[in-house]
Design a protein around this ligand. Structure first.
Ligand code: GLN
Length: 380
């Protein structure tokens, strides 16, 4: 057996959801909305299933979705893209895998910011690469530009950037993006930009991609997710956009990972991406549930960290009066209080992790959020 997998723990998201099921806990761990995605999306999929094909779609995605993704980014982010830039994948995680497999060769180093989504480093290693971790620091999680620069070597091939950042909910500043772009151009890096949270932001600002910075159009693989935009995580519809010279190569990695993605889901997502009211309405709902969680936490004396994006809010355990480290808190909270959370240190490799932060998912009904906070408050 490959020791990479034989010695690898199960991802924290599955582990915590498993514990939540086992203990009948409220699951604020893994990120997913409690209810179904907007009915219009399911109706579009049902219609496509009855009236259109259920056979293999084109490997790079149905033309309607590739066009819709390009139009969506033109309208919302001012990016100048065509169908040839877009490859549809079975979820954003597949896009991350295809991007890494297509760009990283054995011995290549890849800059990964900690905290990091837990798929990045194992995928880099599977490609024979070496993840080089550079830590962000709470509570503001500012971009460690000097440390990134210091980590460059002649073997550095790529930077993985998650913006907005899961689990912190923070967003890069224009100055940080300009500096990151300058670094990528100078060191001739590919930027693998996981931007799945691009519409899930609560500061009223439009998302700006590293891809839009000078010199980045040819070297950026930008990744998006219908699961996040529509709250349809089980659909596993994602995509990547990149200059055609790059996307064509990434497509060859994709063709031997999943090859395609169910066409009815692709057609439905294509319709949804053109529906601004549907997308913005859902973000407004998530803003309200986020506020409900933050208000309930504050009322019960839990301190939270700043963050204005994603489905997540983070509790500062130390500031909230807990002596437990995050992993112990998460284990005990799910078994004793009946609330599943994600310990931040599970999304961390490399430099010593902060051990006083847990992540809570807020895209849930208000009553469920209130119940969860009340359980934590009774138990503490
Ligand atoms: N992105 C999700 C989260 O952060 C998890 C995805 C998964 O479980 N594969 O909760």
């Amino acid at each position: 057996l490959n020791p990479l997998y034989a010695q690898m723990p199960t991802t924290i998201f599955e582990a915590m959801s498993g514990l939540a099921r086992q203990h009948g806990a409220i699951n604020l761990g893994q990120g997913f909305p409690d209810g179904p995605p907007p009915p219009a999306l399911a109706q579009a999929a049902t219609r496509a299933m009855a009236e259109r094909s259920q056979q293999y779609p084109p490997m790079a995605g149905v033309p309607e979705l590739r066009d819709a993704v390009a139009a969506f980014y033109a309208q919302r982010q001012g990016l100048n893209l065509s169908r040839e830039h877009v490859i549809v994948t079975s979820g954003a995680t597949e896009a991350v895998a295809a991007a890494i497999l297509a760009t990283v060769q054995p011995g290549d180093e890849v800059l990964v910011l900690a905290p990091a989504y837990d798929a990045y480093a194992p995928l880099v290693r599977r490609a024979g690469g070496v993840p080089v971790f550079v830590a962000l620091t709470p509570p503001d999680w500012a971009m460690p530009l000097a440390a990134l620069r210091a980590a460059l070597t002649p073997r550095t091939r790529a930077l993985i950037l998650n913006d907005p950042l899961n689990p912190t909910g923070t967003i890069t500043t224009p100055a940080e993006r300009a500096a990151l772009a300058a670094l990528c151009v100078e060191a001739d890096l590919v930027a693998i930009c996981d931007e799945v949270w691009e519409v899930v932001r609560f500061d009223g600002q439009p998302h700006a991609s590293l891809m839009a910075e000078p010199g980045m159009a040819q070297r950026t693989i930008k990744i998006g997710s219908a699961g996040k935009i529509f709250g349809a995580t089980g659909w596993k519809v994602g995509w990547l956009v990149a200059d055609p010279a790059l996307s064509g190569v990434v497509a060859r990695a994709h063709q031997f990972l999943t090859f395609t993605t169910p066409p009815m889901l692709q057609w439905a997502v294509a319709e949804g991406l053109a529906d601004d009211a549907l997308i913005d309405g859902q973000v407004a709902d998530w803003a309200a549930s986020r506020q409900a969680l933050l208000t309930a936490l504050a009322a019960h004396g839990f301190a939270t960290l700043p963050g204005t994006a994603t489905w997540f809010s983070c509790i500062d355990l130390r500031q909230s009066g807990f002596a437990l480290d995050d992993a112990t808190f998460a284990k005990r909270a799910v078994t004793e209080a009946g609330v599943a959370t994600i310990p931040l240190s599970a999304l961390w490799e490399g430099p010593p992790a902060p051990r006083h932060i847990v992540r809570l998912c807020h895209c849930k009904p208000t009553a469920m959020l209130h119940d969860a906070v009340a359980r934590l408050a009774r138990w503490r």
